[in-house]
Design a protein around this ligand. Structure first.
Ligand code: AMP
Length: 428
């Protein structure tokens, strides 16, 4: 089978690594890829939103499966454009990807179909948004309608903070057009988990649940980032929670999309809050999480490729085997540039990847790297995802941090508590 992977971040490195292990795969290409992905796939000088270029390449090289990693091209309609050229694509079309691309759309869908989520309202007028915050009371959450690179949800402890967030989105337009419309919602309390399902015309297949760490500093302090680490599985998502999420959230959401003429084809990421009243949706994403994907790919025992291909072709998916990867855990620790998520410099030499990968169960997925004059250098905020799989979470955390101990680049920083709170909770 010939596979074309679209994207060039840490998530796509993990996908490329997993896809390359499949005995079904003959050739793998990545557009644009990165130096880590280049170890598993031929990298192409094509942008993720170059539909004509990607389609032309895929047709000429008899690509059997296109896997789209990032959200921007999906929300922009790449999967539809490739499908009209007769290609089998893993990734939702534009109308289904609106479940991530527009919070107003996804919240309306949930409200109309009784899918549990935070109480909310949508606003084009800042004064009306401020009034609604006063109805809800603090804390509350202000979100941009459109994509804002993971930074469009502002949790506000006070009404003053809510007013400032509304001004930031709607008056100062800090997030551009994405913030012209905002969703204001009630603050939910509970443990968060990310629940992943593969979904296509041939059924639904739940994968494991993950937990990520969004803030930059230990103890969940500091500003939000794209994600500083993740682990799989999440003990709180046990069999009853899993069944309830499928019944109350996943199945009605997929049915509602299909009934609205936007059937889902790809991976649906359900951001959950496990509240006292049961699991509720924080957000939906139309792709794998980054860095959750790095942990998920290492955790998964099954061959991923037949599953991606079945989704893309609308073929029947195998029966759910929720515990197929039982008896193991995986942890990803993001190693970031100094200053990230604020300003940072790039071009610093990265060393130690080979030594890290010499440790049992460790893989280093590259996110923000580039090759310059034969040297690997930093080229982004999150540079590496040092990921480990082991028999349990304790061992996986230890192995991931052993891996990290070999990595060196100027200014590097990482959280030291990835997966550790889950271990403490379990121990008490
Ligand atoms: P989102 O971009 O919608 O996933 O939000 C980013 C983060 O903000 C989430 O992972 C939560 O930690 C937090 N958050 C978003 N919405 C809520 C909410 N209604 N209640 C509590 N926390 C929230």
């Amino acid at each position: 089978m010939n596979v074309l992977l679209v994207g060039g971040g840490g998530r796509e490195h993990a996908l490329a690594w997993k896809i390359a292990q499949s005995p079904l795969v003959e050739h793998q290409w990545a557009a644009p890829g990165n130096p880590g992905i280049a170890r598993h796939a031929r990298c192409l000088d094509l942008a993720v939103d170059d539909a004509d270029g990607l389609a032309g390449f895929a047709v000429a090289h008899e690509v059997d499966l296109v896997v789209v990693g990032p959200e921007q091209p999906l929300v922009g309609g790449l999967a539809d454009q490739l499908r009209t050229r007769g290609l089998a694509v893993f990734g939702p079309g534009q109308r289904a990807a609106a479940i991530e691309g527009s919070k107003a759309f996804s919240k309306r869908l949930m409200a109309e179909h009784g899918i549990p989520t935070a109480r909310f309202a949508t606003f084009d007028d800042p004064a009306a948004a401020r009034r609604y915050c006063r109805d809800l009371g603090a804390p509350c959450v202000v979100k941009t309608d459109g994509l804002a690179a993971g930074k469009g949800a502002i949790v506000c402890a006070t009404l003053e903070e809510a007013d400032a967030a509304i001004a930031q989105c709607m008056d100062q337009r800090e997030f551009g057009a994405a913030g012209a419309t905002v969703v204001v919602e009630e603050f939910m309390r509970g443990e968060e988990a990310s629940f992943f399902v593969l979904a296509g015309a041939g059924g639904v297949l739940p994968l494991a649940a993950a937990q990520d760490h969004k803030t930059v500093f230990d103890g969940d302090r500091g500003p939000n980032t794209g994600g500083m680490g993740a682990f799989v599985p999440v003990a709180a998502v046990d069999a009853p929670v899993y069944a309830r999420v499928m019944r109350e959230i996943v199945e009605p959401t997929l049915a509602a999309l299909a009934a609205g003429g936007a059937p889902y084809t790809g991976v649906l990421y359900v951001g959950l809050m496990l509240t006292a009243e049961g699991p509720k949706v924080v957000e939906f994403n139309c792709r794998f999480g980054d860095p959750e994907c790095q942990s998920l790919m290492m955790h998964m025992r099954d061959d991923l490729v037949p599953l991606l291909a079945a989704v893309a072709r609308g073929e029947k998916l195998p029966a759910p085997r929720p515990w197929a990867s039982a008896g193991r855990a995986a942890v990803c620790v993001a190693v970031a540039s100094g200053g990230y998520p604020g300003r940072y410099t790039t071009g610093h030499e990265v060393t130690g990847i080979e030594a890290a990968e010499a440790r049992p169960g460790v893989q280093v997925f590259q996110a923000g790297t580039a090759r310059r004059e034969g040297r690997l250098v930093t080229a982004g905020g999150r540079v590496l995802g040092v990921t480990a799989v082991a028999d349990d979470l304790t061992a996986a955390v230890a192995a991931a941090y052993e891996g990290v101990s070999h990595i060196r680049f100027e200014g590097m920083h990482y959280r030291t508590d990835i997966g550790r709170r889950a271990l403490e909770v379990r121990a008490t």
